[in-house]
Design a protein around this ligand. Structure first.
Ligand code: PLP
Length: 443
Protein backbone atom coordinates (compact mmCIF):
# COMPACT_ATOMS: atom_id res chain seq x y z
CA UNK A 1 0.00 0.00 0.00
CA UNK A 2 1.27 3.46 -0.80
CA UNK A 3 0.81 6.51 1.43
CA UNK A 4 -2.24 7.71 -0.47
CA UNK A 5 -3.97 4.35 -0.14
CA UNK A 6 -3.24 4.25 3.58
CA UNK A 7 -4.60 7.80 3.99
CA UNK A 8 -7.77 6.77 2.19
CA UNK A 9 -8.20 3.72 4.41
CA UNK A 10 -7.64 5.80 7.54
CA UNK A 11 -10.17 8.40 6.36
CA UNK A 12 -12.76 5.64 6.04
CA UNK A 13 -11.68 3.76 9.18
CA UNK A 14 -10.10 6.13 11.73
CA UNK A 15 -9.39 3.21 14.06
CA UNK A 16 -6.72 2.08 11.57
CA UNK A 17 -4.65 5.14 12.49
CA UNK A 18 -4.61 3.97 16.09
CA UNK A 19 -3.52 0.49 14.98
CA UNK A 20 -0.67 2.07 13.02
CA UNK A 21 0.24 4.02 16.18
CA UNK A 22 0.43 0.67 18.06
CA UNK A 23 -2.14 1.90 20.57
CA UNK A 24 -4.10 -0.57 22.66
CA UNK A 25 -7.58 -0.42 21.15
CA UNK A 26 -10.96 -2.03 21.78
CA UNK A 27 -13.51 -2.37 19.02
CA UNK A 28 -16.94 -3.84 19.50
CA UNK A 29 -18.44 -5.11 16.31
CA UNK A 30 -21.59 -3.21 15.25
CA UNK A 31 -22.41 -5.86 12.65
CA UNK A 32 -23.17 -8.83 14.89
CA UNK A 33 -26.32 -10.80 14.18
CA UNK A 34 -28.07 -13.72 15.88
CA UNK A 35 -26.67 -17.22 15.52
CA UNK A 36 -29.63 -18.09 13.29
CA UNK A 37 -28.82 -15.24 10.94
CA UNK A 38 -25.07 -15.75 11.04
CA UNK A 39 -24.83 -19.52 10.72
CA UNK A 40 -25.37 -19.73 6.94
CA UNK A 41 -22.26 -17.60 6.38
CA UNK A 42 -20.06 -20.06 8.27
CA UNK A 43 -20.82 -22.83 5.81
CA UNK A 44 -20.35 -25.51 8.46
CA UNK A 45 -22.94 -27.06 10.75
CA UNK A 46 -23.49 -28.84 14.04
CA UNK A 47 -23.53 -32.12 12.12
CA UNK A 48 -19.92 -31.65 11.03
CA UNK A 49 -18.86 -30.75 14.56
CA UNK A 50 -20.62 -33.89 15.81
CA UNK A 51 -18.71 -35.94 13.24
CA UNK A 52 -15.46 -34.44 14.47
CA UNK A 53 -16.37 -35.34 18.06
CA UNK A 54 -17.20 -38.90 16.94
CA UNK A 55 -13.88 -39.21 15.10
CA UNK A 56 -11.96 -38.11 18.20
CA UNK A 57 -13.97 -40.71 20.12
CA UNK A 58 -12.84 -43.43 17.71
CA UNK A 59 -9.22 -42.43 18.24
CA UNK A 60 -9.48 -42.35 22.05
CA UNK A 61 -8.27 -45.94 22.51
CA UNK A 62 -5.29 -45.25 20.25
CA UNK A 63 -4.38 -42.04 22.09
CA UNK A 64 -4.60 -43.85 25.45
CA UNK A 65 -1.91 -46.26 24.28
CA UNK A 66 0.26 -43.89 22.27
CA UNK A 67 0.17 -41.09 24.86
CA UNK A 68 -0.28 -42.60 28.35
CA UNK A 69 -0.80 -39.11 29.80
CA UNK A 70 -4.23 -39.12 28.11
CA UNK A 71 -5.36 -42.23 30.01
CA UNK A 72 -6.90 -40.39 32.93
CA UNK A 73 -9.23 -38.66 30.46
CA UNK A 74 -9.86 -41.94 28.58
CA UNK A 75 -8.01 -40.68 25.53
CA UNK A 76 -10.06 -37.51 25.20
CA UNK A 77 -7.90 -34.39 24.87
CA UNK A 78 -9.70 -31.85 27.04
CA UNK A 79 -8.74 -29.20 29.58
CA UNK A 80 -9.98 -28.02 32.96
CA UNK A 81 -11.89 -24.86 33.79
CA UNK A 82 -10.73 -23.20 37.01
CA UNK A 83 -11.92 -20.09 38.81
CA UNK A 84 -9.27 -17.40 39.35
CA UNK A 85 -10.72 -15.11 42.06
CA UNK A 86 -7.38 -13.70 43.24
CA UNK A 87 -6.52 -12.78 39.67
CA UNK A 88 -9.94 -11.21 39.23
CA UNK A 89 -9.21 -8.93 42.17
CA UNK A 90 -5.76 -8.13 40.84
CA UNK A 91 -7.19 -7.30 37.39
CA UNK A 92 -9.77 -4.95 38.89
CA UNK A 93 -7.00 -3.17 40.82
CA UNK A 94 -4.66 -3.05 37.82
CA UNK A 95 -7.22 -1.54 35.47
CA UNK A 96 -9.15 0.49 38.05
CA UNK A 97 -12.27 -1.22 36.76
CA UNK A 98 -14.91 -3.19 38.67
CA UNK A 99 -15.22 -6.61 37.07
CA UNK A 100 -18.79 -7.74 37.68
CA UNK A 101 -19.43 -11.48 37.45
CA UNK A 102 -16.85 -14.24 37.94
CA UNK A 103 -13.60 -14.84 36.05
CA UNK A 104 -12.55 -18.36 35.04
CA UNK A 105 -9.61 -19.78 33.11
CA UNK A 106 -9.86 -22.46 30.40
CA UNK A 107 -6.57 -24.28 30.67
CA UNK A 108 -5.85 -25.36 27.10
CA UNK A 109 -2.34 -24.43 28.15
CA UNK A 110 -2.28 -27.78 29.92
CA UNK A 111 -3.83 -29.96 27.24
CA UNK A 112 -1.95 -33.26 26.99
CA UNK A 113 0.48 -34.10 24.14
CA UNK A 114 1.43 -30.57 23.10
CA UNK A 115 0.40 -28.11 25.84
CA UNK A 116 -1.56 -25.61 23.77
CA UNK A 117 -4.88 -24.97 22.05
CA UNK A 118 -3.26 -26.52 18.95
CA UNK A 119 -3.72 -29.91 20.57
CA UNK A 120 -7.33 -29.51 19.42
CA UNK A 121 -7.21 -28.58 15.74
CA UNK A 122 -3.71 -29.74 14.85
CA UNK A 123 -4.01 -33.21 16.27
CA UNK A 124 -7.54 -33.58 14.92
CA UNK A 125 -6.38 -32.81 11.38
CA UNK A 126 -3.54 -35.36 11.55
CA UNK A 127 -5.90 -38.03 12.89
CA UNK A 128 -8.43 -37.25 10.15
CA UNK A 129 -5.75 -37.69 7.50
CA UNK A 130 -4.43 -40.90 9.04
CA UNK A 131 -7.92 -42.38 9.25
CA UNK A 132 -8.64 -41.53 5.62
CA UNK A 133 -5.44 -43.18 4.39
CA UNK A 134 -5.96 -46.30 6.49
CA UNK A 135 -9.62 -46.63 5.46
CA UNK A 136 -8.74 -46.22 1.76
CA UNK A 137 -6.02 -48.85 2.07
CA UNK A 138 -8.52 -51.29 3.59
CA UNK A 139 -6.44 -51.56 6.77
CA UNK A 140 -9.08 -50.09 9.03
CA UNK A 141 -12.83 -49.89 9.42
CA UNK A 142 -14.62 -47.28 11.53
CA UNK A 143 -15.88 -50.02 13.86
CA UNK A 144 -12.37 -51.22 14.71
CA UNK A 145 -10.61 -50.56 17.98
CA UNK A 146 -8.27 -47.82 16.76
CA UNK A 147 -5.52 -48.89 19.14
CA UNK A 148 -4.48 -51.25 16.32
CA UNK A 149 -2.82 -48.17 14.86
CA UNK A 150 -0.27 -48.28 17.63
CA UNK A 151 1.57 -51.10 15.84
CA UNK A 152 4.58 -51.44 13.54
CA UNK A 153 2.30 -52.52 10.69
CA UNK A 154 0.53 -49.15 10.79
CA UNK A 155 3.68 -47.14 11.46
CA UNK A 156 5.26 -48.77 8.41
CA UNK A 157 2.20 -47.96 6.35
CA UNK A 158 2.15 -44.29 7.41
CA UNK A 159 5.91 -43.96 6.88
CA UNK A 160 5.26 -43.99 3.12
CA UNK A 161 3.48 -40.67 3.53
CA UNK A 162 4.61 -37.29 4.72
CA UNK A 163 2.99 -34.31 6.37
CA UNK A 164 4.15 -30.69 6.25
CA UNK A 165 3.07 -27.55 8.08
CA UNK A 166 4.20 -23.95 8.55
CA UNK A 167 4.11 -22.70 12.11
CA UNK A 168 5.18 -20.11 14.65
CA UNK A 169 5.64 -22.96 17.12
CA UNK A 170 2.63 -24.54 18.72
CA UNK A 171 0.88 -25.83 15.62
CA UNK A 172 4.18 -27.40 14.61
CA UNK A 173 4.42 -29.03 18.03
CA UNK A 174 0.96 -30.58 17.78
CA UNK A 175 1.25 -31.72 14.20
CA UNK A 176 4.87 -32.78 14.53
CA UNK A 177 4.45 -34.87 17.68
CA UNK A 178 1.20 -36.49 16.54
CA UNK A 179 2.38 -37.24 12.99
CA UNK A 180 5.71 -38.66 14.14
CA UNK A 181 3.96 -40.90 16.68
CA UNK A 182 1.73 -42.38 13.96
CA UNK A 183 4.83 -43.04 11.82
CA UNK A 184 4.54 -40.28 9.23
CA UNK A 185 7.59 -38.49 7.94
CA UNK A 186 6.87 -34.92 9.05
CA UNK A 187 8.39 -31.51 8.28
CA UNK A 188 7.63 -28.41 10.30
CA UNK A 189 8.51 -25.11 8.62
CA UNK A 190 9.23 -22.72 11.48
CA UNK A 191 9.18 -18.93 11.38
CA UNK A 192 12.03 -16.91 12.88
CA UNK A 193 10.08 -16.08 16.04
CA UNK A 194 9.60 -19.75 17.02
CA UNK A 195 11.18 -20.62 20.38
CA UNK A 196 14.38 -22.64 20.41
CA UNK A 197 13.04 -25.15 22.94
CA UNK A 198 10.08 -25.97 20.71
CA UNK A 199 12.43 -26.77 17.81
CA UNK A 200 14.56 -28.90 20.12
CA UNK A 201 11.57 -30.83 21.41
CA UNK A 202 10.34 -31.52 17.89
CA UNK A 203 13.75 -32.78 16.78
CA UNK A 204 13.77 -35.11 19.79
CA UNK A 205 10.51 -36.57 18.46
CA UNK A 206 12.13 -37.22 15.07
CA UNK A 207 10.50 -34.26 13.32
CA UNK A 208 12.31 -32.52 10.45
CA UNK A 209 12.45 -28.85 11.51
CA UNK A 210 13.08 -26.36 8.70
CA UNK A 211 14.00 -22.89 9.96
CA UNK A 212 13.35 -19.57 8.25
CA UNK A 213 14.74 -16.13 8.98
CA UNK A 214 11.35 -14.63 8.05
CA UNK A 215 7.91 -14.60 9.63
CA UNK A 216 5.02 -17.04 9.65
CA UNK A 217 3.71 -16.06 6.19
CA UNK A 218 7.02 -17.05 4.56
CA UNK A 219 7.31 -20.31 6.51
CA UNK A 220 3.82 -21.32 5.39
CA UNK A 221 4.44 -20.36 1.77
CA UNK A 222 7.72 -22.32 1.66
CA UNK A 223 6.12 -25.33 3.31
CA UNK A 224 3.34 -25.25 0.77
CA UNK A 225 5.78 -25.10 -2.16
CA UNK A 226 7.84 -28.04 -0.90
CA UNK A 227 4.75 -30.13 -0.22
CA UNK A 228 3.22 -29.47 -3.64
CA UNK A 229 6.11 -31.23 -5.39
CA UNK A 230 5.36 -34.49 -3.56
CA UNK A 231 2.00 -36.23 -4.15
CA UNK A 232 2.44 -38.29 -0.99
CA UNK A 233 2.88 -35.18 1.11
CA UNK A 234 -0.11 -33.65 2.85
CA UNK A 235 0.20 -29.95 3.61
CA UNK A 236 -1.75 -28.74 6.62
CA UNK A 237 -3.04 -25.31 5.73
CA UNK A 238 -3.53 -23.31 8.90
CA UNK A 239 -5.00 -20.39 6.96
CA UNK A 240 -7.79 -22.23 5.19
CA UNK A 241 -8.39 -25.61 6.77
CA UNK A 242 -11.98 -26.46 7.64
CA UNK A 243 -10.76 -29.66 9.28
CA UNK A 244 -8.61 -27.74 11.76
CA UNK A 245 -11.53 -25.40 12.39
CA UNK A 246 -13.84 -28.32 13.19
CA UNK A 247 -11.28 -29.83 15.53
CA UNK A 248 -11.31 -26.61 17.51
CA UNK A 249 -15.10 -26.32 17.36
CA UNK A 250 -15.54 -29.55 19.36
CA UNK A 251 -14.55 -27.47 22.42
CA UNK A 252 -17.99 -25.80 22.46
CA UNK A 253 -20.15 -28.81 23.28
CA UNK A 254 -17.54 -30.09 25.72
CA UNK A 255 -17.49 -26.79 27.62
CA UNK A 256 -21.27 -26.86 27.81
CA UNK A 257 -21.06 -30.27 29.52
CA UNK A 258 -18.31 -29.07 31.87
CA UNK A 259 -20.38 -26.06 32.86
CA UNK A 260 -23.42 -28.27 33.50
CA UNK A 261 -21.36 -30.48 35.81
CA UNK A 262 -20.05 -27.39 37.61
CA UNK A 263 -23.52 -25.82 37.90
CA UNK A 264 -22.43 -22.80 35.90
CA UNK A 265 -25.54 -21.42 34.25
CA UNK A 266 -25.43 -19.73 30.86
CA UNK A 267 -28.64 -18.11 29.62
CA UNK A 268 -30.03 -14.71 28.79
CA UNK A 269 -29.72 -13.61 32.41
CA UNK A 270 -26.31 -15.25 32.87
CA UNK A 271 -24.24 -14.21 29.86
CA UNK A 272 -20.94 -15.90 29.01
CA UNK A 273 -18.03 -13.80 27.75
CA UNK A 274 -15.12 -15.68 26.22
CA UNK A 275 -11.76 -14.03 25.54
CA UNK A 276 -9.70 -15.74 22.85
CA UNK A 277 -6.12 -14.90 21.78
CA UNK A 278 -6.05 -14.73 17.99
CA UNK A 279 -3.24 -15.42 15.53
CA UNK A 280 -4.31 -16.48 12.04
CA UNK A 281 -7.79 -17.11 13.46
CA UNK A 282 -8.43 -20.85 13.08
CA UNK A 283 -8.14 -21.69 16.78
CA UNK A 284 -10.22 -18.88 18.24
CA UNK A 285 -12.56 -18.91 15.23
CA UNK A 286 -13.24 -22.62 15.49
CA UNK A 287 -13.68 -22.49 19.26
CA UNK A 288 -16.01 -19.48 18.90
CA UNK A 289 -18.04 -21.36 16.30
CA UNK A 290 -18.39 -24.35 18.64
CA UNK A 291 -19.32 -22.04 21.52
CA UNK A 292 -21.98 -20.33 19.43
CA UNK A 293 -23.48 -23.70 18.48
CA UNK A 294 -23.46 -24.76 22.14
CA UNK A 295 -24.64 -21.56 23.86
CA UNK A 296 -26.31 -19.61 21.04
CA UNK A 297 -26.72 -15.89 21.53
CA UNK A 298 -25.90 -16.09 25.25
CA UNK A 299 -22.18 -16.43 24.54
CA UNK A 300 -20.18 -13.39 23.50
CA UNK A 301 -16.81 -14.05 21.88
CA UNK A 302 -14.05 -11.47 21.94
CA UNK A 303 -10.68 -11.84 20.19
CA UNK A 304 -7.41 -10.50 21.60
CA UNK A 305 -4.30 -9.63 19.55
CA UNK A 306 -0.91 -8.00 20.12
CA UNK A 307 -0.62 -4.32 19.17
CA UNK A 308 2.11 -5.35 16.71
CA UNK A 309 -0.02 -8.05 14.99
CA UNK A 310 -3.66 -6.93 14.91
CA UNK A 311 -4.42 -8.85 11.71
CA UNK A 312 -7.94 -10.11 12.46
CA UNK A 313 -9.14 -6.81 13.88
CA UNK A 314 -7.77 -5.07 10.79
CA UNK A 315 -9.29 -7.59 8.37
CA UNK A 316 -12.76 -7.66 9.92
CA UNK A 317 -12.94 -3.94 10.72
CA UNK A 318 -12.09 -2.90 7.16
CA UNK A 319 -13.82 -5.84 5.50
CA UNK A 320 -10.58 -6.48 3.60
CA UNK A 321 -9.90 -9.76 5.44
CA UNK A 322 -6.89 -11.51 3.89
CA UNK A 323 -6.52 -8.77 1.26
CA UNK A 324 -4.62 -6.72 3.82
CA UNK A 325 -1.67 -7.49 6.09
CA UNK A 326 -0.50 -5.41 9.05
CA UNK A 327 2.82 -4.96 7.23
CA UNK A 328 0.96 -3.08 4.46
CA UNK A 329 0.47 -0.34 7.04
CA UNK A 330 4.05 -0.43 8.29
CA UNK A 331 3.14 -2.44 11.40
CA UNK A 332 6.07 -4.80 12.01
CA UNK A 333 4.38 -8.02 13.23
CA UNK A 334 7.10 -8.43 15.84
CA UNK A 335 5.81 -9.75 19.16
CA UNK A 336 6.91 -12.09 21.93
CA UNK A 337 3.50 -13.72 21.71
CA UNK A 338 4.74 -16.29 19.21
CA UNK A 339 1.39 -17.97 18.58
CA UNK A 340 -0.03 -14.57 17.70
CA UNK A 341 2.75 -13.24 15.45
CA UNK A 342 0.63 -13.32 12.30
CA UNK A 343 0.39 -10.38 9.91
CA UNK A 344 -2.41 -11.58 7.65
CA UNK A 345 -5.55 -13.20 9.06
CA UNK A 346 -7.28 -16.23 7.60
CA UNK A 347 -9.77 -14.99 5.01
CA UNK A 348 -11.88 -18.07 5.54
CA UNK A 349 -12.23 -17.51 9.28
CA UNK A 350 -12.80 -13.75 9.03
CA UNK A 351 -15.54 -14.11 6.45
CA UNK A 352 -17.14 -17.09 8.19
CA UNK A 353 -17.22 -15.55 11.65
CA UNK A 354 -17.37 -11.76 11.27
CA UNK A 355 -21.08 -11.61 12.12
CA UNK A 356 -20.75 -13.84 15.19
CA UNK A 357 -17.86 -12.14 17.00
CA UNK A 358 -18.74 -9.38 19.45
CA UNK A 359 -15.43 -7.64 19.64
CA UNK A 360 -11.68 -7.35 19.18
CA UNK A 361 -8.99 -5.64 21.18
CA UNK A 362 -5.23 -5.29 21.20
CA UNK A 363 -2.72 -5.20 24.03
CA UNK A 364 1.01 -4.57 24.20
CA UNK A 365 3.67 -7.21 24.74
CA UNK A 366 4.65 -5.58 28.01
CA UNK A 367 1.06 -5.89 29.19
CA UNK A 368 1.07 -9.62 28.35
CA UNK A 369 4.29 -10.04 30.34
CA UNK A 370 2.85 -8.14 33.30
CA UNK A 371 -0.28 -10.28 33.24
CA UNK A 372 1.90 -13.41 33.00
CA UNK A 373 3.74 -12.45 36.18
CA UNK A 374 0.51 -11.39 37.89
CA UNK A 375 -1.17 -14.74 37.18
CA UNK A 376 1.89 -16.68 38.32
CA UNK A 377 1.91 -14.63 41.49
CA UNK A 378 -1.82 -14.62 42.29
CA UNK A 379 -2.82 -18.12 41.19
CA UNK A 380 0.46 -19.97 40.68
CA UNK A 381 -0.49 -20.78 37.08
CA UNK A 382 2.25 -20.53 34.46
CA UNK A 383 1.40 -19.59 30.89
CA UNK A 384 3.26 -18.37 27.82
CA UNK A 385 2.84 -14.67 26.86
CA UNK A 386 0.28 -15.28 24.06
CA UNK A 387 -1.99 -17.07 26.48
CA UNK A 388 -2.39 -13.94 28.59
CA UNK A 389 -3.87 -11.89 25.76
CA UNK A 390 -7.39 -12.81 26.85
CA UNK A 391 -6.76 -11.73 30.42
CA UNK A 392 -7.30 -8.04 29.66
CA UNK A 393 -10.76 -8.83 28.27
CA UNK A 394 -13.06 -8.76 31.32
CA UNK A 395 -12.04 -5.20 32.20
CA UNK A 396 -12.47 -4.04 28.60
CA UNK A 397 -15.99 -5.47 28.43
CA UNK A 398 -17.02 -4.08 31.82
CA UNK A 399 -15.71 -0.64 30.81
CA UNK A 400 -17.75 -0.45 27.61
CA UNK A 401 -21.26 0.51 28.64
CA UNK A 402 -22.25 1.30 25.07
CA UNK A 403 -21.45 -2.26 24.01
CA UNK A 404 -23.25 -3.76 27.00
CA UNK A 405 -26.31 -1.63 26.24
CA UNK A 406 -26.25 -2.76 22.62
CA UNK A 407 -26.35 -6.38 23.85
CA UNK A 408 -29.12 -5.52 26.35
CA UNK A 409 -26.85 -6.60 29.21
CA UNK A 410 -27.78 -4.63 32.33
CA UNK A 411 -26.08 -4.59 35.70
CA UNK A 412 -28.09 -7.59 36.92
CA UNK A 413 -26.97 -9.72 33.94
CA UNK A 414 -23.41 -8.49 34.29
CA UNK A 415 -23.32 -9.48 37.95
CA UNK A 416 -24.39 -12.98 36.87
CA UNK A 417 -21.83 -13.11 34.06
CA UNK A 418 -19.19 -15.75 33.52
CA UNK A 419 -15.95 -14.39 32.04
CA UNK A 420 -13.87 -17.20 30.54
CA UNK A 421 -10.28 -16.38 29.65
CA UNK A 422 -9.00 -18.94 27.15
CA UNK A 423 -5.43 -19.80 28.22
CA UNK A 424 -4.06 -21.04 24.93
CA UNK A 425 -0.55 -22.22 25.77
CA UNK A 426 2.36 -22.57 28.11
CA UNK A 427 1.99 -25.92 29.83
CA UNK A 428 5.23 -27.23 28.36
CA UNK A 429 7.38 -24.13 28.70
CA UNK A 430 10.69 -25.14 30.37
CA UNK A 431 11.25 -23.69 33.86
CA UNK A 432 14.21 -21.54 32.79
CA UNK A 433 12.21 -20.06 29.92
CA UNK A 434 9.39 -19.26 32.37
CA UNK A 435 11.89 -17.58 34.69
CA UNK A 436 12.96 -15.40 31.73
CA UNK A 437 9.34 -14.40 31.09
CA UNK A 438 8.90 -13.39 34.71
CA UNK A 439 12.16 -11.45 34.64
CA UNK A 440 11.00 -9.68 31.44
CA UNK A 441 7.81 -8.66 33.25
CA UNK A 442 9.83 -7.01 35.99
CA UNK A 443 12.12 -5.03 33.72
C1 PLP B 1 -1.89 -20.59 17.75
C2 PLP B 1 -2.09 -19.95 19.03
C3 PLP B 1 -3.12 -19.03 19.22
C4 PLP B 1 -4.06 -18.55 18.15
O1 PLP B 1 -4.56 -19.51 17.26
P1 PLP B 1 -4.71 -19.15 15.71
O2 PLP B 1 -5.38 -20.30 15.12
O3 PLP B 1 -3.35 -18.92 15.14
O4 PLP B 1 -5.52 -17.89 15.65
C5 PLP B 1 -3.23 -18.47 20.48
N1 PLP B 1 -2.40 -18.79 21.48
C6 PLP B 1 -1.43 -19.69 21.33
C7 PLP B 1 -0.54 -20.01 22.49
C8 PLP B 1 -1.24 -20.29 20.10
O5 PLP B 1 -0.25 -21.16 19.95
Amino acid sequence: MNTREIEKLVAQYPLVQRLIGLEEVTWFNPNTVTLQQGLPYVGLTQKEVDEAEARLGRFASYLCQAFPETQKMNGIIESEVVEIPAMQGALAARYGQTIAGRVWLKKDSHLPISGSIKARGGIYEVLTHAEKLALEAGMLSVDDDYSIMNTDRFRQFFSQYSIAVGSTGNLGMSIGIMSAKLGFSVSVHMSADAREWKKRKLREHGVNVVEYAQDYGVAVAQGRVQASSDPRCFFIDDENSKTLFLGYAVAGGRLKKQFEQMNIVVDKNHPLFVYLPCGVGGGPGGVAFGLKLAFGDDVHCIFAEPTHSPCMLLGVHTGLHDHIAVQDLGIDNVTAADGLAVGRASGFVGRAMERLLDGFYTLSDSEMYSLLALLANEENIQLEPSALAGMAGPARVCAHQHYLDSQKIGLEQLNNATHLVWATGGGMVPAEEMANYIAAAKS
